[in-house]
Ligand binder design. Structure first.
Ligand code: ZN
Length: 413
């Protein structure tokens, strides 16, 4: 599938030396530096295309965009792959509810998502892959799992035996009972008759009446969600024999830690023997009026609606970056109006020829990002620079600061 249009990213002057990027890894619950490498492989789980793009989605994709930008600024390449779950139960259910064709619903929401990503200055993935177009890769991945005796049948559906991966559960650090509870809450089927373990995951769903299906060796059906991401990641992120893991960074919102990322990682491990990711990185949840923002609760603030109201996409980006990416927090209108004011003040200050020194500000922004994407500290550095400029300090380069903020934070003036 075609991704959205690429962005120009101004280079950071080479005299700024960037530290190694440290990120929080959910599997070890610790912040660890990424090894210095010429190419990083990053897989970020995409949306199911309905009700896109709410601010929770935006917060997640901005976090991984910051990682992408920082690693590129160090001179590395980033092979960034994102999927889009363009066939799945929630999409089909929504299409039936609204009386529309599921393909039309997916298409319209994918287009909306892409235009939101362009507005928010998110660098597009090198490979943006839909579940439907990845069905041959999914079939191949299931056959690999079959060859490793990790698959069994219930009626005509295929299931992944989670305990075939001896590390199952290690990445999410949950007990069996916690996993069963969350699995049931997030679309799993722990009570289905015939399962060897309640957590065993659906790999291939045999075609149901009035639902789409694709031909395969296992009969007509469609892929499960976890094997979709596993197959896309393994197919589109080039793994060299020296790589200990299949990807460097597996990303998504924190609601994907379990079951989605645990399942994808276990399946991937059973296919190629490698641990799936070096870093499992997760963004926090955005809420509204005291509750998590979610499709099921219907309390969504959509990026496209804010843009239609004439709100500045760069201010939306700045407002979200005002909170640490891992923090769960409530969206409040005040954050956006505060960001709009700051953006305007920065634009005015950056249009001056005489501004406060900028090198130390750029260094603080870069160091803050290297420290597990500490955007609140980066934004504080910008506010301090603004105050120094407004108090009459001189000696800085407005063009250089403007380019650095665009390059590292994705805020273009
Ligand atoms: Zn995924």
């Amino acid at each position: 599938m075609k991704a959205w249009s690429d962005l120009y990213i101004p280079p950071l002057d080479s005299r700024f030396s960037l530290k190694a990027l440290s990120l929080h890894d959910s599997a070890t619950a610790s912040i660890n530096a990424l090894p210095v490498k010429p190419i990083y492989r990053m897989y970020v789980c995409g949306i199911t295309p309905y009700d896109a793009t709410h601010l929770g989605h935006a917060n997640t994709y901005l976090a991984f965009d910051l990682i992408n930008r920082y690693l590129r600024a160090t001179g590395a390449q980033v092979n960034f792959v994102e999927n889009i779950t363009d066939v799945d139960d929630p999409l089909l259910e929504r299409a039936i509810r609204d009386g529309v064709d599921w393909k039309d619903l997916a298409h319209s929401q994918i287009e909306l998502f892409k235009s939101d990503m362009v507005a928010l200055h998110v660098i597009p993935p090198a490979h943006y892959i839909g579940a439907v177009e990845a069905i041959p890769q999914v079939i191949a991945a299931i056959k690999d799992l079959q060859a490793n005796n990790s698959v069994y049948k219930i009626d005509e559906d295929l299931y992944f035996e989670v305990r075939s991966d001896k590390d199952f559960g290690r990445r999410s650090n949950l007990s069996q009972s916690e996993m069963e509870r969350i699995f049931a809450e997030r679309g799993g089927d722990p009570k289905k008759a015939g399962k060897k373990d309640p957590l065993d995951a659906l790999l291939w769903l045999a075609q149901r009446p009035n639902e789409p299906g694709w031909e395969s060796e296992f009969g007509i059906g469609r892929p499960g969600w976890h094997i979709e991401c596993c197959a896309i990641a393994l197919s589109y992120l080039e793994i060299s024999p020296d790589d200990k893991t299949s990807v460097d960074i597996q990303g998504g919102g924190s609601d994907l830690i379990f079951p989605h990322h645990e399942m994808s990682a276990a399946q991937s491990k059973m296919i190629n023997g490698r641990e799936f990711a070096s870093h499992y990185v997760h963004a926090g949840m955005i809420g509204l009026d005291g509750e998590k923002m979610s499709k099921s609760k219907g309390n969504l603030v959509l990026v496209s609606n804010l843009l239609k109201q004439g709100r500045d996409a760069m201010a939306i980006r700045l407002a979200l970056l005002g909170h640490h990416y891992r923090s769960d927090h409530m969206w409040v209108e005040r954050d956006l109006t505060t960001a709009e004011t700051l953006l305007e003040d920065l634009r005015v200050a950056l249009s001056r020829t005489e501004v406060a020194p900028t090198d130390s500000t750029i260094e603080i922004i870069a160091d803050s990002l290297a420290n597990d994407l500490d955007t609140p500290s980066a934004i504080k550095a910008l506010k301090d620079w603004l105050a120094h400029t407004n108090s009459g300090l001189t000696g800085g380069s407005p063009g250089e600061l403007s380019r650095a903020v665009d390059s590292l934070l994705g805020i273009a003036f």
